[in-house]
Design a binder for this molecule. Structure first.
Ligand code: TRP
Length: 453
């Protein structure tokens, strides 16, 4: 029996379903937690500008290319490269790299998702607001503990595994079609409250007025990593999603829409955080705790603040859940489709091994905080190595594969839906995929490996 079920592979029911599911993977902590803290550390407006550049010249082409590979092959990332590559090539190692990255991302991502559960819990039990609240200290005390961060980590990992094993993914997707717009609305409410604080203008200036002198190779490195991370690309996730896209859907415009939504959410998160931060006199470069230090302060200054806070943190947890599902699924799909494991065993195996690594991440701010390499704790190392090295390498391989290795007839078929769509943009796409994106990603990668310093 073949390990693949090509004949009865389902497909997303509509163009909207593709965008909704991929957006579910893309929108998550990357937008609301990671984007603001990186922008804060790397020059605000300068970071945003470089980020937008990376999204357009590397993000959209890589996403489109992952869709092309997935829809052409109808398989998970590993199997897709195996099926499409010329004899004796070894592109499926990109799939292996993606599986390794999935484990590592799951480890630190679930840690942060656990933090959102703690903040939800604190909001519901009425303990979020502190009388003379120094919320940065509150966060540091919580995250440096050795019990609560671990418990919430395990709860979240368990939830992710449960969703995958019990097959309620479709149910979750149905709900998230309602819940994610709600999160979006709440973010806008937060952004409005934030810009109406006295002194908020400084924060807006910080985010939207780029100080060109802040742009550096390092900022490019961080912005590129963030673009890959936020768009869920470079790991093969969207190859698998691409395999479920209907033949009639337009891959390039779908990628562009998802990217637009994802980027807008990150920017709105920035508008919610920075004006409030500057109004309260906090520091933008306080690292991964940034949003957890700023958000409670905003909620405190809102009518019905704890209700809004509870709602926000639970919705953020759900956004994180639709992302962790897509990450764990990369590992599970490989174990099931290629190693023919049962779904339950595959999920358990993936969860337990990711948890071992994840516990180290969850303890990185407390008992294991002394364990650092180059000033980074274990959490920071997992984040750095995946976002800034592994995902860009994956993305580089994807564009080179589609641009230079994949049969041109397959590429054209997927991009033009067999000639039904106009091919006006095809030359532009192919030029970017062959030259611009690979060169740009390669330059940033060389920088991260210590060249040009
Ligand atoms: N993009 C998600 C976020 O922004 C995280 C994520 C989900 C991801 N799947 C991924 C990141 C695959 C990289 C690769 O929260």
């Amino acid at each position: 029996m073949s390990a693949h079920k090509d004949q009865n592979r389902g497909s997303f029911s509509s163009k909207f379903a593709v965008i909704a599911a991929t957006a579910g993977s893309a929108v998550g902590l990357g937008n609301i937690w990671r984007f603001p803290y990186l922008a804060g550390e790397n020059g605000g407006g300068a970071f945003l500008l470089v980020y937008l550049l990376c999204v357009v010249i590397m993000g959209i082409p890589v996403m489109t290319s992952e869709f092309v590979i997935g829809r052409a092959a109808q398989r998970n990332a590993y199997g897709a490269f195996k099926k499409l590559q010329p004899k004796n090539h070894r592109w499926h190692y990109v799939g292996v790299l993606g599986i390794a990255a999935a484990f590592m991302i799951l480890a630190f991502y679930t840690t942060v998702a656990g933090w959102t559960l703690e903040y939800f819990f604190q909001s519901v039990t009425g303990n979020l607001f502190k009388p003379d609240g120094d919320y940065a200290t509150v966060f540091n005390e919580f995250s440096s503990g050795s019990v609560r961060p671990v418990i919430w980590f395990l709860v979240f990992m368990g939830l992710t595994g449960f969703v995958i094993v019990s097959g309620v993914e479709n149910g979750i997707e149905k709900y998230s079609k309602i819940l994610m717009p709600l999160l979006f609305v709440l973010l806008i409410v937060l952004a409005i409250r934030s810009v109406t604080f006295d002194g908020a203008g400084e924060g807006l200036k910080f985010l939207f007025k780029p100080d060109m002198s802040k742009i550096s190779g390092y900022v490019f490195l961080k912005a590129l990593g963030q673009a890959f991370f936020s768009l869920s690309i470079g790991m093969g996730t969207l190859i698998t999603y691409g395999s479920y896209i209907k033949k009639e859907d337009n891959l390039a415009t779908s990628a562009a829409w998802i990217t637009l939504v994802d980027t807008m959410i990150a920017i709105i998160a920035g508008i919610a955080i920075f004006p409030a931060l500057f109004a309260f006199g906090g520091s933008p470069s306080s690292g991964p705790g940034l949003v957890f230090a700023v958000l409670p302060e905003i909620f405190e200054q809102m009518p019905l603040g704890s209700v809004f806070a509870a709602l926000f943190f639970i919705l953020l947890s759900i956004a994180a859940l639709t992302s962790t599902i897509s990450i764990l699924e990369v590992v599970v799909a490989y174990l099931v489709e290629e190693l023919k494991m049962s779904r339950v065993r595959a999920t358990l195996l993936a969860m337990i091994s990711a948890s071992m690594l994840g516990l180290l991440a969850a303890l990185s701010f407390g008992p294991l905080s002394g364990f650092t390499v180059g000033g980074q704790n274990i959490f920071g190392m997992l984040d750095y190595v995946t976002s800034n090295i592994m995902l860009p390498i994956g993305g580089l391989c994807v564009v080179i594969f589609v641009g230079w290795v994949l049969k041109p007839s397959v590429r054209i078929r997927e991009l033009t839906n067999n000639g039904k769509l106009g091919s006006r943009f095809y030359p532009v796409y192919i030029y970017i995929v062959r030259f611009v994106a690979p060169v740009a990603i390669a330059l940033v990668l060389l920088y991260s490996l210590g060249f040009f310093i």
